[in-house]
Design a protein around this ligand. Structure first.
Ligand code: SAH
Length: 254
């Protein structure tokens, strides 16, 4: 027998941001492999599946990708419905292509079920549109993080060229990111919003500038996304923190 493998997006965190298709596929799973960031309530939808956690939390223990690929292929030999559940959308910073390649190599049937990616959830949390008519026509989804044994990618050039950026997996390297961008000519006063645990009740958001980014990014322990661009100034109740941002800006440039 050979089963079908579903690469499923679990969304950014809140279980009810799951698509109906994802919920249906998860409920039908015979075996389910999930990342650390997936909400337990989503995993719990797999009522009759063997459930296996495969790590994947930035900087912590994670099961080697090659081993995950192999486990998916092996599982399809024994189970009709194999689900690989990933945070956000599987096709964005999710190493989906490596798994797809392994599945294709093994001649297995597979299907991708999209999910709400972190940048979209963060945009919703902030109430700030990622694109804005006339002023923000482009946004790059970028990560400065590179895999083991790989050369640092050219993350800076696309970041400089676009009107706005959603920076994934960047909080740990915020100082280097900010320094590189400022050195390349991005104004130090460019607005920055950091959203942690977007879509979850414990979500936090901080507004700062490129100059203030290194100081503030260190505060986050949960998954955090950095949004950069003119539209990400503090709005509504968050505008009150402008004062402290001003202080950070002054400290940063002192
Ligand atoms: N495939 C995922 C991204 C995986 S990379 C997606 O489409 O969202 C992991 C990074 O995503 C984290 O380091 C963080 O930058 C971001 N992230 C994931 N969930 C998040 C959340 N709820 N809030 C803020 N950032 C999040």
């Amino acid at each position: 027998m050979s089963g079908k493998v579903y690469l499923v997006g679990a969304g950014p965190g809140a279980p009810d941001l799951l698509t109906l298709r994802a919920a249906r596929v998860i409920a039908a799973a015979d075996i389910l492999f999930h990342d650390a960031l997936v909400h337990p309530e989503v995993v719990a939808l797999a009522t009759h599946a063997e459930v296996i956690a495969v790590g994947k939390r930035c900087g912590r223990y994670s099961t080697a990708q090659r081993f995950i690929n192999k486990r998916l292929v092996d599982a399809a030999a024994r189970h009709a419905t194999v689900v690989r559940l990933k945070g956000g959308d599987p096709m964005l910073f999710g190493r989906a292509q490596e798994e797809i390649k392994a599945l294709e190599h093994a001649g297995l049937a597979y299907e991708i079920v999209p999910g709400v990616t972190a940048a979209l959830a963060a945009s919703a949390t902030l109430g700030t549109s990622l694109t804005q008519r006339g002023t923000a026509r482009s946004i790059v989804f970028v990560t400065p993080r590179v895999g083991e044994g790989l050369h640092p990618g050219e993350w800076l050039a696309p970041l400089m060229a676009a009107d706005a950026a959603a920076i994934y997996m960047g909080a740990g390297q915020a100082a280097a990111i900010a320094a590189a961008m400022i050195a390349a000519g991005k104004p130090a006063a460019t607005p920055v919003a950091i959203v942690e645990n977007a879509s979850l009740p414990e979500s936090r958001q901080i507004h700062t500038t490129l100059a203030g980014l290194p100081t503030l990014a260190t505060q986050f322990i949960g998954p955090a996304i950095i949004l950069l661009g003119a539209q990400f100034t503090a709005r509504g109740q968050y505008a009150q923190v402008e004062d402290s941002v001003e202080n950070i800006r002054r400290e940063a440039s002192a």
